[in-house]
Ligand binder design. Structure first.
Ligand code: TXA
Ligand code: MG
Length: 313
């Protein structure tokens, strides 16, 4: 049976908080993508969350908080992290920080690492749910592992409807790609995943972002090569379509569906995942995608597209 979809009213949020207290799973809107929330301190609930997504348990989750005050109950709070959070929270920025040894976070939630990923989402429904629940909620994107992240309540229902207890509907996600993940290591900030906050906004505070060292313990374990994958094969940097293909356009390259006719990268990010789903539902032989400039949010868009195009193994 598919979970009910309810508009994120005060009443529905109270019901959602009750479900979470009982160890249930609630899909919640955030400004980036929909998240599948569980009580971060409840190991059984978190295990159910991994099972619902079919997510490998070595891939740690992001703990969502109301802000720095709640973050400090579970993680160390180095100055550089505090500066970034002070500027960009609530918003599409996740900080990976040293986990406090006594933090009320189930070990399975962060895959037993010494670090913990934290984010204060900006969406009013997510903020209201966190305030009412009063403790951190882990929330990966609310999609089966490996498939395209959801940006509407309908997307969540299509992928995970029978595995969650309630879907809160807060409309289409305004940012459209997941948060930028930055690990803080002393004075150094390492970009683990490009996302909804572009580096141009981060680097004035951190200096040039470091690249993750493949062998370092902080490297993002969840950044699998094939991810965000539609059923159809994906061909990138296409300026025209070949027989059997459908084309996702950008700017001047019109295509069957255009991410942004004016070449606006923020608009393209907002539309990206819904466009991939829509084109995939028409069952083309392959999905061709126009070139996307690498500047600004283009870095996150190209990251997701490269994973969508990677061979599945
Ligand atoms: O925008 C977002 O971040 C969304 C919304 C729902 O908040 N959430 C999201 O979660 O994208 P998820 O689980 O799909 O991606 C979390 C990413 C993964 O790449 C994971 O490996 C990384 O964060 N991560 C989590 N904890 C980490 C840690 N302790 N060290 C390094 N990377 C970590
Ligand atoms: Mg995800």
């Amino acid at each position: 049976m598919s979970a009910p979809i309810k508009p994120a009213t005060a009443e529905a949020i109270t019901e959602a908080a009750d479900i979470l207290r009982r160890g249930g799973l609630v899909a919640m809107p955030t400004e980036t993508v929909y998240g599948l929330a569980a009580d971060a301190a409840n190991a059984d609930a978190v295990a159910r969350l991994y099972a619902a997504k079919g997510r490998p348990s070595f891939n740690p989750l992001i703990a969502h908080v109301t802000g720095p005050k709640m973050a400090k109950t579970v993680a160390e709070w180095p100055e550089l992290g505090a500066k970034l959070a002070g500027t960009y929270w609530p918003g599409p920025l996740t900080l990976v920080l040293p986990k406090k040894p006594d933090a009320a976070i189930a070990d399975i939630a962060n895959a037993g690492l010494d670090s913990l990923a934290l984010r204060a989402p900006a969406h009013p429904a997510a903020r209201a749910l966190l305030a009412e629940f009063g403790k951190p909620l882990v929330a990966p994107s609310a999609n089966p592992s490996g498939s395209i992240s959801p940006t509407t309540a309908r997307h969540v229902a299509d992928g995970l409807g029978d595995k969650v207890d309630l879907i809160l509907d807060g409309g289409a996600c305004p940012v459209g790609v997941e948060s930028t993940v930055v690990a803080i290591d002393g004075d150094t900030a390492i970009l683990l995943r490009p996302g909804g906050l572009d580096r141009v906004q981060i680097e004035p505070i951190t200096g040039p972002l470091a690249r993750p060292d493949a062998d370092a313990p902080l490297a993002s374990p969840g950044m699998l090569k094939s991810h965000y994958a539609p059923d159809a094969r994906v061909r990138l940097n296409a300026t025209e379509k070949r027989p059997g293909e459908l084309l996702i356009g950008f700017g001047e390259i019109g295509g069957d569906l255009n991410l942004s006719e004016t070449g606006d990268l923020a608009e393209a990010a907002t539309r990206l995942f819904a466009a991939l789903r829509e084109i995939d539902s028409r069952h083309p032989d392959a999905i061709a995608v126009a070139p996307i400039p690498e500047r600004g949010l283009g870095e996150a868009i190209n990251d997701r597209l490269q994973r969508a195009a990677a061979p599945k193994d």
